[in-house]
Design a protein around this ligand. Structure first.
Ligand code: AHR
Length: 659
């Protein structure tokens, strides 16, 4: 028996030692690399985006000013009056009502003093500012009368109150006009703030007071935080589901997500309260609103940027059934259905159509080639079926090629699921969206969940899942290794059933360390930093190694679905010509395996082995230790068609063997 030989330096030492100590009870796992079992969809692993946990405003949407248009319920929330050296003045909140229904409020600032009066903004738990980076200020302003003197002095302040960047703006117009100014910060500070000071005595009307970093994702003005988008791009996700989640539904119909209000000039995107603002009494977020600066055009653009298929979810005439359960009467669903049809035209229509033209005017004349859409989020009951039918009929009458995602409710079993699952199957739904927020043990036990699903029925979208270390949405949940490892074990079952499981996404995606409502979450960030959790690295490893066809991986002629705590799957990547093995060892012991590979091709002698491992199941990543659990690369050597390897305790390993 030839021992596994490993080629890399220090990182491989633990694996090498383990390999030299292969136990007597080495088990042989056969891989039939020449037997294609199922095609893996390019969409297999994707991301679920929702504006929860400050995911959009105060998160990936890089605007630094909170309540920039004074539309929060308390119009000056996030703002405070600034009076230096006893300067005097006043701030009035005006409401122009129907004259500007989407952005009714603005402020009228009067400075009695020639200088020293103004207002400051606290940002989202402060503002994350980086030394030597450029910041771009903009404001809508209107002078009541021509004056040669009026201007603004805009200043970034460190947490200690020092001015760390500033610019001046001369005001000139008695009509609403956009003014801009840029400056460079001379310090890094995670808790900076910003103030707008009056220059000269007199009055001015102000609205849309905004400050963005110049450096955003792809340097887009008014764009997205580059570090956070990069973490998504690094996963090479197959799809981007947006805009959520419960946020699609709203607590009540009035606060449902309406995509048409989220495109075009940001000053005209009607802001609403974020439904997570008041959802959890233990995590109140009174200042959580949706500016829709990250709106549907930006979502489609983001999907395109990161190579993901766009998957919008639309409201189906139902508010959140955990909250108000408001329903639109069936005979009044017309506008809701029209929104769905118009969305397809917006995404895919030629520029001669009304909504395709709109897309082109917004800078994207090429269609986004959207192929699927969700009807409702976590809905249930016959009310949902009634409404789903109306949407399905109308959408497929006009766009038969669009695959519709239907909800089977918030749970993977139970009364709601047991009603919706067969009902939607009988209606020949295209794709069923299953959600599982469950204990880690559930994930281990459900690695076989799809083995016996009807192969001729709807495809499965594992649309939201995350192992909950304590309980569903408990504030004590942790993104620990135990949870991530159990998700990895479960995901081998998703992949083995790729003939039917077409998509999967962890949820929620983002959380601000100070602004979260729901945990666990895939990626945590603060105003300057971000890190991937162990769960993130599990998702990333699966996504980057998804392959194109599943092939059988068998222990004693059975799939490896938890025997002795081990889980595995294998696939071929026809593009790179590699065999990919994923192996999950959930036990506290090393597991010694001989992979015996049958293949018509000639296997290379060298394999790459990427491992996520930690013997401590409570281990987590953090801002200070972002790579406690992160992929480690090694190499292994085959002996002909055999690969002997010792898997570390509590590990996920991905092996790639060229052929
Ligand atoms: O992911 C958080 C929430 O969980 C989603 O908004 C909802 O769909 C589910 O209940």
């Amino acid at each position: 028996m030839r021992k596994t030989s490993l080629l890399l330096s220090t990182a491989l030492i633990p694996l090498l030692i383990a390999s030299n100590c292969l136990a007597q009870n080495i088990r042989t796992i056969t891989i039939q690399a020449d037997k294609m079992q199922a095609k893996i969809q390019p969409t297999m692993y994707g991301v679920f985006f929702e504006d929860i946990n400050q995911g959009a405003d105060g998160g990936v949407y890089a605007e630094l000013v909170k309540n920039r248009s004074f539309e929060f319920k308390m119009p000056l929330m996030g703002w405070k009056e600034v009076k230096q050296n006893n300067a005097r003045g006043s701030i009035l909140v005006l409401n122009r009502g129907a004259a500007n229904a989407d952005n009714p409020r603005y402020i009228h600032v009067t400075s009695v003093s020639a200088q020293g009066y103004g207002l400051g903004n606290e940002g989202f738990h402060g503002m994350g500012i980086k030394k030597d980076e450029q910041y771009n200020f903009s404001v809508l302003a209107k002078l009541p009368a021509k004056t040669a003197e009026m201007g603004l002095q805009v200043e970034l302040l460190s947490a200690k109150g020092e001015v760390i960047g500033s610019a001046t703006v001369a005001l000139s117009s008695t009509q609403w006009k956009k003014y801009t100014a840029s400056f460079t910060a001379n310090q890094t500070d995670a808790r900076a703030s910003f103030r707008v000071m009056m220059k000269g005595s007199g009055s001015v009307d102000l609205d849309m007071v905004s400050l963005f970093p110049q450096h955003t994702w792809k340097q887009r003005p008014g764009g997205l935080r580059a570090d956070l988008v990069q973490l998504l791009a690094d996963m090479k996700p197959g799809f981007l589901r947006f805009p959520g989640g419960c946020i699609v539904e709203g607590r009540e119909l009035d606060t449902r997500y309406q995509w048409k209000g989220t495109i075009g000039d940001v000053a005209n995107r009607r802001m609403i309260v974020n439904r997570w603002n008041t959802e959890f009494a233990h995590r109140p977020s009174p200042d959580y609103y949706q500016t829709f600066g990250l709106g549907f055009m930006e979502y489609f653009q983001l999907a395109e940027d990161i190579g993901a298929e766009p998957l919008p979810i639309i409201n189906c005439g139902m508010a959140c059934q955990f909250n108000t359960c408001e329903l639109v009467p069936l005979d009044q669903l017309g506008p809701y259905v029209q929104d769905a049809l118009d969305l397809i035209e917006f995404a895919n229509g030629s520029i001669t159509t009304k909504w395709g033209k709109k897309r082109a005017e917004l800078g994207h004349s090429a269609p986004f080639n959207m192929k699927m859409m969700g009807v409702g989020n976590e809905q249930w009951g016959s009310q949902y079926i009634d409404r789903y039918k109306v949407f399905e009929k109308a959408i497929h009458a006009k766009y038969p090629q669009i695959k519709l995602v239907a909800s089977v409710g918030p749970n993977p079993d139970g009364e709601i699921f047991d009603y919706l699952n067969p009902t939607l199957r009988s209606l020949k739904a295209n794709i069923l969206d299953e959600h599982y927020y469950r204990a880690p043990g559930w994930f281990l036990q459900n690695a076989k969940r799809y083995d016996h699903y009807d192969r001729n029925g709807p495809k499965i979208f594992a649309g939201e899942y995350a192992a909950q270390s304590v309980g569903i949405a408990s504030p004590d949940n942790k993104n620990n290794w135990n949870c991530a490892l159990s998700e990895a074990a479960f995901m081998t079952g998703l992949e083995r059933n790729a003939d039917m499981v077409y998509m999967a996404s962890y949820a929620p995606l983002f959380a601000h360390a100070e602004g979260w409502q729901w945990t666990p979450d895939l990626i945590w960030f603060d105003n300057l930093r971000s890190y991937g959790t162990p769960n993130y690295y599990v998702q990333k490893l699966f996504s980057l190694n998804k392959g194109t066809e599943v092939v059988p991986l068998l222990l004693n002629n059975e799939a490896l679905t938890g025997q002795d705590g081990c889980y595995g799957t294998a696939c071929i990547d026809e593009n790179t010509k590699e065999l990919i093995i994923k192996f999950v060892n959930t036990t506290g012991e090393s597991q010694d395996v001989n992979f015996s590979i049958s293949t018509a091709s000639h296997l290379a002698t060298g394999a790459s082995v990427t491992t996520l491992a930690n013997s401590d199941t409570s281990a987590v990543n953090s801002f200070d230790h972002p790579a406690t659990i992160a992929p480690v690369q090694n190499r292994a050597t085959l002996d002909g068609d055999n690969l002997k390897i010792s898997f570390k305790p509590r590990s996920l390993s991905v092996i790639r063997i060229p052929f």
